[in-house]
Ligand binder design. Structure first.
Ligand SMILES: Nc1ncnc2c1ncn2[C@@H]1O[C@H](COP(=O)(O)OP(=O)(O)OP(=O)(O)O)[C@@H](O)[C@H]1O
Ligand SMILES: [Mg+2]
Length: 213
């Protein structure tokens, strides 16, 4: 494992679990405390990866088969890692990412049932020895998450057009990921109030990275 001084923190969870809400709150709070920090979203974060994002997020659910989807996600990720994440970490800037490899494992591995083994291999091929230092997994029941995501102003994306069973398998995937990575992953009940969750996240970051403000 390559060691960077600046932390790399990822946010994971099903649709509508609150990742984008929470990453924004943490980003603002750390920035206000004088930390040099950037945030990205997956798929996306570079010009090419944002173009791949449009291919993935728009259109009908049947637009891509599971394998193509996994490869497109990974292609976008490889571009983001090479052009942004690694240079930022090397420059000692903190990196926050809204989704990362665990999403591919949960969505394509479990949701699409491509299998954990092959997606773990794909993830390893994509990221090499880069691993998040800390991953927050927002745990939510699939039905409530989809309801919440549907209320968002941006409208629904291609993944929200899939059936609820797909999202239930995704949740199961995240539960497995939490069990398999108890040190890296920190699970949070996404039904708690936004402010309660953001404080839990901030306290954990302060503790893990030994911050003194
Ligand atoms: N803890 C919470 N309690 C109630 N509502 C919440 C909570 N967190 C977020 N929301 C609301 O739920 C909706 C989805 O939140 P958000 O966009 O942050 O989720 P997300 O995990 O990024 O979703 P997606 O996977 O679709 O990107 C938003 O309208 C947001 O305001
Ligand atoms: Mg989001």
């Amino acid at each position: 494992m390559k060691f960077y001084k600046a932390p790399f923190i990822t946010f994971e969870g099903g649709e509508g679990s609150g990742k984008t809400t929470q990453i924004g709150i943490l980003y603002d709070r750390l920035l206000q405390n004088g930390i040099d920090i950037v945030q990205y979203r997956e798929p996306g974060g570079t010009k090419g990866a944002e173009e791949i994002r449009e291919l993935l997020m728009e259109g009908e659910w049947e637009r891509w088969n599971s394998t193509t989807e996994a490869l497109l996600m990974s292609a976008a990720r490889a571009d983001l890692i090479q052009k942004k994440i690694i240079p930022q970490l090397e420059g000692n800037t903190w990196v926050l990412c809204d989704r990362f490899v665990d999403s591919t494992l949960a969505y394509q591995g479990y949701g699409h049932e491509l299998g954990a083994k092959c997606i773990k291999e794909l993830n390893h091929f994509t990221v090499g020895n880069l691993e998040p230092d800390l991953t927050f997994i927002l745990q939510i029941n699939a039905e409530i998450g989809l309801q919440r995501a549907g209320l968002r102003k941006a409208g629904i994306n291609r993944f929200e057009r899939s059936d609820v069973h797909f999202h239930q398998r995704v949740q199961k995937g995240y539960e497995e990921i939490l069990k398999e990575n108890p040190k890296r992953c920190f699970g949070i009940n996404a039904l708690l109030d936004i402010d309660v969750i953001s404080q839990i996240i901030f306290d954990e970051v302060v503790k893990r990275f030994n911050l003194k403000f």
